[in-house]
Design a binder for this molecule. Structure first.
Ligand SMILES: *Cc1c(COP(=O)(O)O)cnc(C)c1O
Length: 361
């Protein structure tokens, strides 16, 4: 058997005619920048998430930048986040010359541990960025409560969790601003780079729209220093097709996850933990193994691809040496990063494949 990790080809083939026609229409209309498909996508994203405003943008990374620029993050400001995430979460903080302040994770959910946040708050702290890792929202009530008490903003890094819910609310409608990514391998992927910023706040929405267009709201009049952060019309056209089927894709991901969990439980292998009051978009299905290198090699030889999200926590990355953090500072993140391993996850993993993967674990 030769298993595909993300199965992007199956997905393209499923919606082939619709997607290819949508791309062709953009090519023929030549409305490459801010075409009507952008507005259509944003209104549909608002409907899907029930967030008041959806603003599409060039990537998940740029969504984070736009969100932080919108709340006026300045050099020297401190932003609390998790060290166990994709690099962009902390990269964008540092890019704005603000300081990432890490807080260790909960060992079961792998999300930021809210009980460790308050001890890290200083007079310079401006925001908290929880990450909905692997697709599961963080403990938002606890985080929002701390933020409210200390007058901080909350920006959700929902790059992996589009479509997930927390107490029935979409991940995109959580916090002051929520960001997502449409990178091809994310649960809702486009055909290149793409992302979106969500907020229920009218003023923040106006500012984000302007920041995305070089800080202008009237052409060539620049109110803010912004960026070229638009989503391409072609990507919006692809997303408009895929969003129609996304509810179904999410359900299929959920089914694949349940089947993995059932099969793994039968073998006494610990399975991912999703809290009762939330759902995961299952960007990844990740388990813990002690002898990861050996397991990965053996599975690879059997045609089973695996991945590691993420092998090195951010506080020990070379570029963050200046933060003066060291191995031992965030023991749970460090331990999990040595053991975590993601199994093939996408809406089209078959029962036969699950049986083969788990059987060989
Ligand atoms: C993918 C990802 C990003 C960045 O998104 P891009 O669209 O690739 O720029 C940010 N944060 C997390 C947690 C991610 O997984």
């Amino acid at each position: 058997m030769k298993i595909d990790f993300a199965n992007l080809k199956i997905q393209h083939n499923l919606y082939k005619d619709e997607i290819e026609n949508a791309i062709l229409k953009v090519a023929r209309d030549c409305n490459f920048i801010m075409g009507a498909q952008i507005d259509e996508l944003e209104r549909d994203l608002e409907k899907f998430t029930a967030a008041k405003h959806a603003i599409s943008c060039s990537s998940g990374t740029d969504a984070l930048l736009l969100a932080m620029m919108a709340i006026d993050i300045q050099p020297g400001d401190e932003i609390i986040t998790t060290p166990f995430t994709f690099f962009a979460t902390a990269e964008t903080i540092a890019f704005l010359k603000a300081k990432p302040v890490f807080v260790d994770i909960d060992e079961k959910t792998y999300n930021i541990d809210p009980s460790k946040i308050e001890e890290k708050i200083t007079s310079k702290t401006k925001a908290i960025i929880p990450v909905s890792l692997y697709g599961q929202p963080a403990d938002m009530d606890e985080i929002n409560q701390i933020a409210k008490k200390h007058n901080l903003k909350v920006i959700v890094d929902g790059a992996q969790s589009f479509g997930a819910t927390y107490k029935g609310i979409s991940d995109s409608a959580l916090g002051d601003i929520s960001c997502t990514s449409f990178f091809p391998a994310k649960p809702l992927g486009c055909y290149g780079d793409g992302g979106a910023v969500f907020t229920n706040d009218d003023k923040l929405a106006d500012k984000i729209k302007s920041l995305r267009l070089h800080g202008q709201s009237i052409r060539y009049h620049h109110q803010y220093i912004g960026m070229g952060g638009r989503l391409d019309t072609i990507q919006a056209a692809v997303l408009n097709v895929k969003l129609k089927y996304y509810e179904k894709d999410l359900k299929l991901r959920q089914d694949v996850a349940s089947k993995y969990t059932q099969a793994l439980n039968a073998k006494n292998i610990e399975t991912p933990f999703v809290k009762d009051d939330r759902t995961s978009a299952w960007a990844q299905y990740s388990i813990r193994v002690q002898n990861r290198d050996e397991v990965q090699t053996k599975l690879q030889n059997l045609g089973i691809p695996t991945a590691v999200h993420y092998p090195m926590p951010l506080h020990v990355q070379e570029c963050f040496k200046y933060l003066n953090l060291k191995e031992g500072d965030f023991p749970i993140s460090e331990k999990v990063s040595k053991e975590i391993m993601s199994l093939p996850m996408n809406p089209y993993v078959t029962d036969e494949e699950i049986e083969y993967i788990v059987g060989n674990l």
